[in-house]
Design a protein around this ligand. Structure first.
Ligand code: GAR
Length: 201
């Protein structure tokens, strides 16, 4: 698998530590902290700086070339903060996963934790889903829910959710690589009756 990151890379690290076969880590930012971790683990890294490309299409074409050099079975977006073109998404359709820090379809987009607090929701969480052309939509593989506590600020809530991201993303990626994920009518089923939800009080 190839993992795409833009920053810290803690989800990528969780996958590596779970023993998943991460062949390469690619970033759109040379200063992404996760690159050093990957290199330290002997994993190939590369940088495709989005600022070097005049258009989204040109960037996505260069990114696809970098990814395809590893012929991955799975592309995992892990805090990769770029909007992808439809062509790019179609190229990896059915073999590209993303983790999003909310219980989709609530709170697509950015600043999910602040928006969850402002909305007063009592449960929040994270979602692993297949990537489709519509941002933060796409068949849901697994979700983890956490409580929103009265004293929470954005950082406390984000940390509680992140801990669960590190549990569900490696699990979802493993299921994919084991051929256990089936998409039927836009809904993901896991062969062998594994629970696709987690509540972490
Ligand atoms: C994670 O919380 C991930 O869910 C989020 O960015 C963070 C990356 O952290 N992704 C998005 O917001 C995607 N729209 P990490 O670099 O430590 O894995």
């Amino acid at each position: 698998m190839v993992v795409l990151i833009s920053g810290r890379g803690s989800n990528m690290q969780a996958m590596v530590e779970a023993g998943l076969p991460v062949a390469a880590v690619i970033s759109n930012r040379a200063d992404a902290a996760g690159l050093a971790y990957a290199a330290g683990r002997g994993i190939a890294t590369s940088v495709v700086p989005h600022r070097d490309y005049a258009t989204r299409e040109a960037f996505d074409a260069a990114l696809a070339q970098a990814i395809d050099a590893f012929s991955p079975a799975l592309v995992a977006l892990a805090g990769f903060m770029r909007i992808l073109t439809e062509d790019f998404v179609l190229r990896y359709q059915g073999r590209m996963l993303n983790i999003h820090p909310s219980l989709l379809p609530a709170f697509t987009g950015l600043d999910t934790h602040a928006r969850a607090l402002a909305a007063g929701v009592k449960l929040h969480g994270c979602t692993v889903h297949f990537v489709t052309a519509q941002l933060d939509h796409g068949p849901i593989v697994m979700q983890a829910a956490v409580p929103v506590l009265a004293q929470d600020d954005e950082a406390a809530l984000a940390a509680r959710v992140l801990k669960q991201e590190h549990r569900i993303y490696p699990q979802a990626a493993r299921w994919f690589l084991e051929g256990k994920l089936v998409i039927e009518g836009g809904v993901v089923r896991v062969k062998g009756d594994h629970p696709q939800q987690l509540y972490a009080p």
